[in-house]
Design a protein around this ligand. Structure first.
Ligand SMILES: Cc1cc2nc3c(=O)[nH]c(=O)nc-3n(C[C@H](O)[C@H](O)[C@H](O)COP(=O)(O)O)c2cc1C
Ligand code: SF4
Length: 414
């Protein structure tokens, strides 16, 4: 059994180096031991509750609670969807996990299927994540078919919204990855009208380890009230994108230093395109913790930390993100479609030195009008990000507003 030691040892990413490719079944079983049988893990949902495991798709919802809601509606006919869409452009954690530890992900799906009463598992994996597809396909081929659970690998469409839970269900039902206005929620009526658990890949990998080693083992990592470990994707200021596993409570400053250091005045995008900008000087000592960060106006989200080079322009970086978010709407809610497009155009004008007189003011006003007015949280994520940009890059927005192109007019995020 792995133990929690100081310094922190990876858990879901423990095992052979990345250069070895997807871990084979025999190596996986030797390293972790066999998965407890269904009778041995009969109270797994309660164990997940005790562990405090939170979902890793961005919202941090308690995993045990979600399994119970699906089980309550299941008559043994539920579906488990492993959400590996990973449409967030700055995140690489789910693709990395599926590509390197596919059997851990499959174990997680199997224990979830057993706990919620499911006969089908759908591995919904962004079609652009080729290593993940390769790893999972190889892992499926290595396993004896489970007589009780069918597993199917599905290529998810590319795009930010395609990973939203109701869009996932809509895609699997009708081939169209748009969020739905909910008259029923997936845990009640999802794929093929059956109770459906949509769970992030990383959440399931942690569940597979908890099924083996228990809640106390899981809780032995973590520095503050939120327990356990998490995958993060770090990029910039001096290094390309890397995926790492940290224990919750590790500070943003520690990550910055281990990423090669960030000069004074640097900024960081926390939580990805749904997240928030922050001045590194101000958040050095902030623990990476999905519960405490929002209390300080920050987002852990899906664990993205993207450092902006100190010679790069925050307005240009924000314009790049807003353009992506505006293009990525599912084109069905007016405030989201038109609001994000207007905000993206205004941010682009500002970054290009051709601002209209009231662009900054309008971005803030439109943000207020868009918030909470979509069928999904896509516009809310964009609003949070752009509002944090207006605050953190206040002086830059003000100088761009008077049509000054800054000398650093490029986004330069790795
Ligand atoms: C616009 C949008 C995009 C999302 N994309 C993903 C995604 O790519 N992967 C994911 O796991 N969750 C994504 N989510 C969150 C899912 O809706 C859902 O909450 C999650 O898959 C549940 O898994 P978890 O409880 O393990 O986090 C997205 C949510 C929104 C609003
Ligand atoms: S809020 Fe935006 S992204 Fe979400 S369903 Fe409506 S148009 Fe699509």
């Amino acid at each position: 059994m792995p133990s929690s030691t100081t310094p922190f040892e990876p858990r879901v990413l423990a095992g052979p180096p990345a250069s070895a490719g997807p871990e084979r079944l025999i190596a996986h079983d030797l390293r972790l031991g066999r998965l407890p049988s269904p009778s041995e893990r009969r109270n797994l949902t309660a164990v997940l509750d005790s562990s405090g495991l939170l979902g890793r798709g961005g919202a941090g919802f308690p995993v045990g609670h979600k399994w119970r809601s699906v089980a309550e509606h299941s008559t043994g006919n539920a579906v488990v969807v492993v959400n590996g869409a990973e449409g967030e452009p700055r995140s690489a954690k789910d693709g990395t996990l599926m590509g390197l530890r596919p059997h851990l992900v499959l174990d997680g799906a199997l224990v979830a299927a057993d706990a919620v009463g499911a006969t089908d598992v759908v591995l919904y994996v962004g079609r652009e994540h080729t290593e993940a597809h390769r790893g999972l396909a190889q892992a499926l081929a290595e396993r004896e078919p489970d007589p009780n659970v069918q597993m199917q690998l599905v290529a998810a469409p590319v795009g930010y919204v395609a990973g939203e839970a109701t869009a996932v269900v809509h895609y699997l039902n009708e081939g169209d990855a748009r969020p739905t206005f909910l008259d029923a929620r997936p845990h009640e009526r999802g794929v093929a009208d059956r109770p459906t658990l949509v769970q992030n890949v990383e959440s399931l990998a942690h569940a597979a380890l908890i099924a083996r080693f228990g809640a106390d083992w899981y809780r032995s990592a973590g520095r503050l009230a939120t327990r356990g470990s998490a995958l993060i994707t770090v990029s910039g200021p001096n290094q390309r994108r890397t995926v790492r596993e940290i224990e919750y409570g590790t500070t943003i400053g520690e990550i910055a230093r281990s990423a090669g250091g960030a000069p004074p005045g640097s900024t960081v995008l926390l939580g990805g395109y749904f997240g928030s900008w922050a001045s590194l000087d101000e958040v050095q000592d902030e623990p990476l913790d999905p519960v405490s960060m929002p209390e300080h106006g920050l987002e852990f989200g899906c664990g993205v930390l993207s450092f902006l080079r100190s010679d790069a322009c925050g307005v240009a970086a924000t314009a790049e993100i807003m353009a992506y978010m505006a293009e990525g709407t599912a084109e069905q809610c007016g405030p989201c479609v038109f609001g994000l497009a207007s905000m993206a155009q205004a941010t682009r004008r500002l970054s290009s030195g051709v601002a209209k007189g009231d662009d900054v003011e309008n971005i803030d006003r439109w943000a207020g009008q868009v918030l909470g007015r979509g069928a999904c949280h896509h516009p809310d994520g964009a609003v949070g990000m752009v509002r944090s940009a207006l605050a953190v890059f206040r002086d830059d927005f003000a100088s761009h507003q008077v049509r000054r192109r800054c000398a650093l007019n490029r986004a330069d995020m790795t």
